[in-house]
Ligand binder design. Structure first.
Ligand code: NOJ
Ligand code: NOJ
Length: 596
């Protein structure tokens, strides 16, 4: 068979005793390749994924004609969906892999690509776009044309994970340059770019953002965690470069605020990380989301052990969360039906997803394996045994129904049994994704919930990066620490600016076409009753409930009313003014009203 012979060639070329491994077999029913172990999938897929990455990077990538030097296209797909743009998030995650591959000495030829990326970032930061100029918010713009022109269509903007992820990637390169006697280049070229992004993070982390899926406007766990990480490693770099102490102090203050805020996503009642604070859609989504699993792998710090305040892969919170996330897909995807409740399944962005019909994604399925591989790596490396807490107990009971809250000693028979079971579980997710990879090895964005055929954008660059980082985790490759070890969450934590509370106003009102609902009140934050400049129109996502979110000074009494506007005519609600009062800084208040 043609395929088998192609594979044999790869086997011969691959290092590390690959010949001893079982060969994959062609599956005659769906023309996919079935793998009996992850090493075989790795041997087959790695060269394809690397080629897939490089094809999507300008100026000379085979599938990215027209892309400027250093531009990562999201996918060569130009319609249904059109992904021939560059997204800051995708590009930064892709280049983080490339930088790690370079700095770990695996491929010294990558330096040109990395320098191209640095040049690209320096240029794109200066491009004025619908989010603003370089100094008025433009750094939060999520995507650009591959020519580096602004994208001016409607979009979910800003997305504030972008500058943080970009800084993390450039800091990894900067640290390598410093270790290799090129601090001057860091000072002159990288630092101006990195510090622009980090000042943006420091100044804006507390403002509304769209989430990584570009759908929810509010606060997002992935974004907060990425911002926290970027500032921490930025502080270390700033210190090493002798940056002004005012910068270091400001970033340290905000890093502490971010660490505080990060804790608020954990729901003790539900036992998982609620991915988004979504004031508009509120309870419509469960909050179970791959956002959280991606966070554990992209903020993994091998020096931080199983720290739960930074949600490390082996922390009790991240493990409990992983189980809840995975289980949310067991009964909704037909390809998962009939699979044992403790075995690997296909996973997607979030269970309520409807994008392209709402399917499993390669990069989310591989992320589950990656988190588990990193957890196993830390347990083995630290040799402190495995601590089962009341929070992580449901996770561990998947492998041993009589598990209890205890520490399982390293080296004990139960440690071996348990870690073997978790390894099998982890491999299951890698092989689950592999099961639905076509025989070409190409990775699209999604695979169909009914039969696993590829769906949506072809050759998604981020999909290729995700399988490569998963293989690195499988192989327990070293990862740089970013400073997650030994942090202390401040005891008084306000999730806001320390001065304001958040008030969510909801008004149930049926309206006629062209008519809108607005909000005014007696304080500046509520526009001092000015009907020419009211808050609104309120969001209609949950019509007939109109919603908005307003930041109001803490411990403040306020009065308000809703108004209707139709063809310029203002109609006030009847009766007395409505009133309420905010609590302490960082608290949230939801006000449900009905038009009167
Ligand atoms: C395009 C975005 O990229 C995707 O994340 C989203 O799900 C769809 N628009 C639908 O909002
Ligand atoms: C849609 C995804 O939801 C988003 O995260 C990604 O940045 C874009 N597609 C581009 O790949």
């Amino acid at each position: 068979m043609l395929f088998t012979s192609v594979f044999s060639c790869l086997l011969l070329l691959s290092p590390g005793g690959a010949l001893a491994r079982a060969s994959p077999r062609e599956n005659p029913f769906n023309k996919r390749v079935s793998y009996t172990n992850v090493a075989d999938f790795d041997t087959f897929e790695t060269p394809i994924a690397l080629a897939g990455l490089y094809a999507n990077i300008g100026p000379d990538g085979a599938k990215s004609q027209g892309a400027k030097a250093g531009v990562v296209i999201a996918s060569p797909s130009t319609s249904d969906p059109d992904y021939l743009y560059t997204w800051t998030r995708d590009a930064s995650l892709v280049f983080k892999y490339i930088v790690d591959r370079f700095t770990s000495g695996r491929d010294s030829s990558l330096r040109t690509k990395i320098d191209n990326f640095v040049g690209h970032v320096g240029r794109i930061q200066q491009v004025t776009n619908p989010s603003g100029t370089v100094s008025t918010g433009g750094l939060g713009e999520p995507k650009f044309m591959i020519s580096e022109a602004a994208f001016t269509g409607e979009w979910g903007r800003p997305q504030r994970d972008g500058p943080a992820l970009r800084a993390t990637t450039l800091i990894a390169y900067a640290n390598w340059l410093r270790a290799n006697s090129n601090t001057t280049h860091v000072q002159n070229v990288l630092w101006p770019i990195i510090s622009l992004d980090l000042n943006y993070v420091s100044n804006n982390w507390n403002s509304t953002t769209f989430d990584l899926w570009e759908e929810v406007s509010g606060a997002s766990f992935f974004t907060t965690a990425a911002q926290h990480r970027a500032l921490r490693e930025g502080i270390a770099l700033a210190t090493a470069l002798g940056a002004p102490s005012s910068t270091i102090t400001a970033w340290t203050t905000q890093a502490q605020n971010l660490l505080c805020f990060l804790q608020t996503y954990w729901s003790p009642e539900s036992g998982f990380i609620v991915a988004n604070v979504d004031p508009i859609n509120g309870a419509i989504r469960s909050g179970k989301d791959a956002n959280t699993v991606l966070t554990t792998i992209h903020t993994f710090d091998p020096a931080a052990g199983c720290d739960s305040s930074t949600f490390q892969p082996c922390s009790d919170k991240a493990l409990a969360n992983l189980k809840v996330y995975v289980d949310s897909f067991r009964s909704i995807y037909p390809i998962n039906y009939g699979i044992a409740s403790n075995a690997a399944v296909a996973t997607g962005r979030y269970p309520e997803d409807v994008y392209y019909g709402g399917n499993p994604w390669y990069l989310t399925t591989f992320a589950v394996a990656e988190q588990l591989y990193r957890a196993l790596q830390v347990w083995d490396a630290e040799g402190k045994g495995i601590e089962v807490t009341s929070i992580s107990l449901p996770f561990f009971q998947q492998f041993n129904s009589s598990a209890t809250v205890t520490t399982i000693p390293a080296g004990s028979a139960s440690y071996t049994t348990l870690t073997n079971a978790i390894k099998t579980f982890a491999d299951g997710f890698a092989l689950k994704g592999a099961q639905f990879v076509p025989s070409s090895g190409a990775l699209a964005e999604q695979y169909a919930r009914n039969d696993g055929t590829p769906v949506s954008a072809v050759d998604l660059t981020w999909s290729y990066a995700s399988v490569l980082t998963m293989f690195d985790a499988h192989d327990r490759l070293a990862v740089d620490s970013w400073g997650a070890a030994g942090l202390t969450v401040p005891t008084t934590c306000s999730s806001g600016d320390g001065k304001s509370a958040t008030v969510i106003f909801k008004e149930t009102a049926t309206t006629i076409w062209g008519e809108n609902i607005y909000l005014v009140g007696n304080i500046e934050a509520l526009k001092n009753w000015n009907t020419n400049n009211p808050i609104g129109p309120l969001s209609t996502t949950t019509y007939p409930v109109w919603t908005t979110l307003v930041s109001i000074p803490a411990n403040t009494h306020f009065e308000y009313k809703f108004i209707r506007k139709f063809n310029g005519t203002v109609t006030w609600e009847s009766g007395a003014n409505r009133w309420n009062a905010t609590g302490a800084a960082g608290t949230r208040l939801t006000l449900n009203n009905v038009w009167k």
